[in-house]
Structure formats: structure tokens, C-alpha cells
Design a protein around this ligand. Structure first.
Ligand code: SF4
Ligand code: MG
Length: 331
């Protein structure tokens, strides 16, 4: 089963001033299987949107590679890039800002089709009507303007626009965080339905675990430009390894009484440091409740500690190997 998306050692740095570099994404590796919902979680400013945008080629990468079906997206020729643009789409965080207020819904949704010269005239309108129906709106909405819709409806329009070119892979960048709580579930349900019915693959970006944990097959936890833990939603919840993941989980109310006493509340001190001057060694060390001496000079590499369960933390390096077998003292 080959992954649809393979990201290797990806870096996206921004030069902001003379001699100052913002390391938004700083050496990230992961892959996503076809049809998978991969949740990407972290506090705002940790680089998750930049990662999503770099994967979609909205940004050039600074280093590393992004492969989509084996094709290096940043190195591809113009023709392949155009095909990739159809296959890979984005749903934006803010349904207010991402729709042109002067365009009618029909033209917003058909924008990609127009760029790719896909449908004209009646066919174009028929396709827009079909897309409106798929996202739970109707034909009559085609000739209206964005301001006539609620936040949830606007996000549905954004989703219809993303679906117009029949993509296989969608980056959804906090698609519900700007919406009223009462309609968040509806939009999430719609995305899940699309994942199942159309076999879509998602990179679903969110700032809190409570939401993605229920919908994601696997989750990547990001902190200050790095992925610090990757595993299935279930593993992440049952057996989190990284101290940062443990802190994020401790903030979620627990419905399961068996887990109640096992999980104490962890309050992280301080703020997320600036990605312009990240800490040496482990980027999490300034806030880590379990920080050790070596964390200040040695950067932990992301390693597989159980099958499919990756973490970047010195706490596990000595005592654990894959499958939890103890390393012999001789090694
Ligand atoms: Fe904490 Fe050290 Fe692990 Fe980083 S490497 S998470 S500072 S224990
Ligand atoms: Mg963001």
C-alpha cells in the first residue's frame, strides 16, 4: 500500500529581516495513505498552515521533498504541476475571507473549472448545481453573493469550490474553527462523508486534539516547526509518548472513568517560543515538565517506538526499541 503523499525532511523558512530566519517548518517527515484522514495538530504559530500550503505548492520549499503519487511536486514540469493543481485542493480556515465578496457563488465554485477550461455554458451551470447539492446547498444559491450566507453555508461553498475539479487530496486548514460551535459538527460530518463516498484523502489541520481525534485515522502533533509524535488516533489517546502530546491530551475532558486517574492535568508553563529563535536541542525543552540536561544540547530525532508510533523525545531513546523490547546494556 503505497502512500499518496510522502513528505521528507521538509523545511520552509522565511527570511524576514536581515539575518533573521523564521523556521516555520523545520525538517518534517510523514506520509499519508490513500483514503486516509490525517489530522495535524498544534498550537497556532507552530507551522501547520505553512506545512499544508507548502505541500500544496502554494509555497516553494526551502529544503526536503513532497511527493504526490511518487511525483516531486516542487520539481515537476509545468504540465504535471497543472495536473497536480487539479488533484490537490485546499479548504481554507476563514469562510468569510476566502470567498470573493463581489463574485456570485456560481463563479466562485466554477473558478477552477474556468482556469482549466473544463466546462462551458450549460454544462458549467449543471456542474455547479451538482456541487451545491453535494455540499447540502441548492441550485437557488448559485446566483447569490457570499454575504447572503451564514458562516456554515459559506464554508460549504468553499468545500464545493474545492471539489469542483474532482480532487483526490484535500488540505483542510482549520475548516471549522471560524464557525459557530453549533454548526461545526455539520461541516465535519460533510467532510467525513466525502472522505468515505469519494475516497478522498485529507490532511486535516486543527489547533486542538478534541476535534480531530474522533475523525482522524492517524494524527501528527506539531510543535515549533517539528512533528513530535505521529500515530493512530487510538494509540495517541491510549498511550501518548511525547510530553507535549500528554499536555494537549490532559486539556481534554475525559469521558472514560478508567482513564480518569491515570491522566493528571498538565499545565505547560510559558508560551510557545518564537520560530525565529527556537531553543537549542529539543524545541519543547523550555516548556517540558520532564526536561533533562541533554535536552538543551541534543535534538531528539523522530523514531518508531511501537509499530507505526513515532515520537521525538530523549526519554524513550535508551529504554525503548521497536515493540517495547528492552535494549541490552551491551549496545
Ligand atoms: Fe522533554 Fe527532553 Fe523529551 Fe524534549 S527531549 S520532550 S525536553 S524530555
Ligand atoms: Mg493556521
Amino acid at each position: 500500500n503505497k502512500p499518496i503523499l510522502e513528505v521528507e525532511h521538509l523545511k520552509k523558512h522565511f527570511n524576514i529581516r536581515k539575518n533573521q530566519t523564521l523556521k516555520a517548518v523545520d525538517g518534517v517527515s510523514f506520509s499519508i495513505q490513500k483514503g486516509e484522514m490525517f489530522g495535524l495538530v498544534g498550537e497556532s504559530g507552530c507551522g501547520k498552515s505553512t506545512l499544508g500550503r507548502t505541500v500544496l505548492r502554494l509555497y516553494d520549499q526551502t529544503a526536503g521533498t513532497v511527493r504526490y503519487n511518487g511525483e516531486n511536486v516542487h520539481q515537476a514540469d509545468a504540465k504535471t504541476k497543472k495536473q497536480l493543481d487539479r488533484r490537490m485542493q485546499m479548504i481554507f480556515q476563514d469562510p468569510y475571507a476566502s470567498l470573493n465578496p463581489r463574485s456570485m457563488v456560481v463563479d466562485i465554485i466554477a473558478e477552477g473549472m474556468d482556469i482549466h477550461h473544463l466546462y462551458q455554458g450549460k454544462e458549467r451551470l449543471r456542474r455547479v448545481h451538482e456541487l451545491l447539492e453535494i455540499v447540502g446547498l441548492n441550485k437557488e444559491h448559485a446566483n447569490r453573493y457570499p454575504h447572503e450566507f451564514s458562516g456554515g453555508q459559506r464554508q460549504r461553498i468553499g468545500i464545493a469550490r474545492a471539489l469542483a475539479l474532482e480532487p483526490e487530496f484535500i488540505v483542510a486548514d482549520e475548516p471549522i474553527s471560524a464557525l459557530d460551535v453549533s454548526i461545526q459538527a455539520q461541516v465535519v460530518n460533510l467532510l467525513q462523508k466525502l472522505q468515505k463516498e469519494k475516497g478522498l484523502t485529507f490532511l486535516f489541520i486543527a489547533h486542538d486534539l478534541s476535534m480531530v481525534r474522533h475523525i482522524s485515522d492517524r494524527i501528527g502533533v506539531m510543535y515549533l516547526g517539528k512533528l513530535v509524535e505521529i500515530t493512530t488516533s487510538e494509540q495517541l489517546y491510549q498511550n501518548p509518548l511525547h510530553p507535549y502530546t500528554k499536555a494537549l491530551l490532559s486539556a481534554i475532558p475525559i469521558p472514560d472513568p478508567d482513564l480518569e486517574d491515570k491522566r493528571e492535568s498538565i499545565i505547560l508553563r510559558g508560551e510557545i517560543p518564537s520560530p525565529i529563535s527556537p531553543p537549542s536541542g529539543c524545541v519543547f525543552r523550555t516548556r517540558c515538565p520532564q526536561v533533562m540536561e541533554q535536552c538543551s544540547y541534543s535534538e531528539p530525532q523522530i523514531r518508531e517506538y511501537e509499530t507505526g508510533h513515532f515520537a521525538a523525545c530523549h526519554l524513550y531513546e535508551r529504554n525503548h526499541t521497536l515493540q517495547g523490547v528492552q535494549e541490552s546494556a551491551a549496545t
